[in-house]
Ligand binder design. Sequence first.
Ligand code: 3BY
Ligand code: FES
Ligand code: FE
Length: 408
Amino acid sequence: MLDLSMIAAVFAQRKPGHTLPQSLYNSPDVYEFDLDAIYGQSWILAGFTCEIPRPRGVLALTIGRSPVVITRDRDGTLKAFHNSCRHRGAQVCADGAGARSRLTCPYHQWVYGLDGKLVHAKDMQPSFKPDEHGLKPVHVEEVAGALFVCMAETPTPFDQFRADLEPLLAPHRLNEAKLAHQNTLVEKGNWKLVMENARECYHCAVGHPELALTFPIGEAKGGHFAKEDDPRHQAFDAKLASLGLAKGPFIGPWWQVERFPLREGQVSLTMDGQPAVKKLMIEGDDPDVGSLRWAIEPHSFCHSTSDTTVYFSAMPTGPHETVVTCKWLVHQDAVEGVDYDVERLTALWNVTNLQDRDLVELNQRGVNSLGYTPGPYCEEGESYVQRFVDWYCDKAQDFIAARTGIDR
Ligand code: 3BY
Ligand code: FES
Ligand code: FE
């Protein structure tokens, strides 16, 4: 059992506007706490409906130390469960997507329906009650082809987030997409250092020369990208209006959704700024619609350009280890080698993610130092980092308060 009063004492030392106290980036107890209080209580962008094979299939992923499986039946009904067998607890479905009509545990072959009900348990005694041993449900929501799960008993309200995201994401038609590629990167850093790094572009000019060609690295200031008095932004707004594309920004407690223009003359987040896919995800043939950035705490950001959606997700796997998963979606009718080339599609984010991994590892090494003292964030260039750490501390302290009565 975690000693929540000790963790509460660490949060009490935190200096607003500054990086976190050292043990929040280091301690094994805080890592366990984060899995329960943060990853166990938040909505997680698990993936995309188009990843689940039709007519019936599953998408399984591990959130912290909890395997979760999302199922879709022939009618399209989505459900999610703890992917832990009700016999002796084995993980039922391997992580990843697969076509399935039943979920069979590989250990002793207990069989579950896609609705989580236990339908067969070999040789069990007459007193055994299968209806009491279904898979435990997890909350699941779908927004415009994106799948969110939440393991909390009572999840954080989702409706406002849906209302903000749906109209902006729907034109990207993710239900007509396919997964073109995915990869993972193991980073030797605490997940919060991965996310702090992902929430700012204060490092981008020097850290990401390739990204800086297309991404307006200096523009995401004070929380969002819009520059009302810039003629280029005005022209961008007028064009979006003529195409019926909403822009936002919608900034909620744990989300940010905003369409913004890329650098002049650039239409996609690729090495050369040109589309990586011939068949566009959005309607029409104008690829120049900027990027829709949609990001949720604690773990992800996505960029939807006219041609592709890129997904970034950070999963803690240890106090000093995080696995970053990156996925690229393209139109389901786009043919690899004809309409797109995986190398070209993925090159920019691959190089960017590797650069970020090195920065995170550098950050972790220095944070481990006897000489580490929390330092001040840059208010303008690191405003989203501050939002992230403030959100984290609030969520953590709410969790502690609800269980111990210790208030901040
Ligand atoms: O959230 C983002 O947009 C990431 C990707 C590039 C820079 N960084 C702030
Ligand atoms: Fe799943 Fe035994 S643990 S059938
Ligand atoms: Fe970066």
